[in-house]
Design a protein around this ligand. Structure first.
Ligand SMILES: C[S@@+](CC[C@H](N)C(=O)[O-])C[C@H]1O[C@@H](n2cnc3c(N)ncnc32)[C@H](O)[C@@H]1O
Length: 149
């Protein structure tokens, strides 16, 4: 089983209705902004800081949290990707990593996606005690793999 804790509008999926995946997000909403349609329609409404599942249930967890501290209140970026809390983002993401690892089975994989617009990859990895196994270290969009021993 697969859990995506921040599914948003499932943009990065080849199959947006994969039967093995539970799509979770903190919001369910549908709107148009500056000519763009946003449709966030999770299976489960939940918070990555307190994931509503038992320990060690998933083989694969996907964590693609908001990556912006600052975004225009009416911007496409905010509508599509959400926004971090400027004061608490480190604690929020730390809790998110803890929760993703908690619901992951032993020998499971966590995929963390990060865009280095306002916060560097090193800054965000510093919030968690978990160490990544591998990931692309060039470019601005990162796909980072964690493995649960
Ligand atoms: C970068 S977007 C995800 C984009 C998605 N991967 C896609 O393919 O479209 C981040 C998402 O995290 C959601 N989010 C923000 N805070 C959250 C929280 N505490 N728990 C769960 N989801 C959250 C936002 O609503 C937003 O849809």
């Amino acid at each position: 089983m697969i859990l995506d804790v921040c599914c948003g509008s499932r943009m990065f999926y080849f199959d947006k209705n994969n039967k093995s995946t539970i799509y979770m997000d903190i919001r369910k909403e549908r709107f148009d902004i500056h000519g763009k349609h946003v449709n966030v329609n999770p299976d489960v409404i939940g918070d990555f800081r307190n994931i509503p599942f038992k320990n060690e249930m998933f083989n694969l967890v996907i964590f693609d949290p908001p990556h912006l501290k600052w975004a225009g209140p009416n911007s496409i970026m905010k509508g599509q990707y959400g926004q971090l809390d400027i004061d608490t983002w480190q604690q929020d993401l730390e809790k998110g990593f803890d929760e993703c690892m908690r619901v992951l089975k032993k020998h499971g994989t966590l995929i963390f996606k990060w865009s280095e617009c306002q916060i560097s990859l090193m800054q965000v990895l510093a919030v968690t005690k978990y160490k990544p196994l591998l990931g692309n270290q060039r470019g601005r969009t990162h796909w980072i793999v964690f493995y649960k021993e």
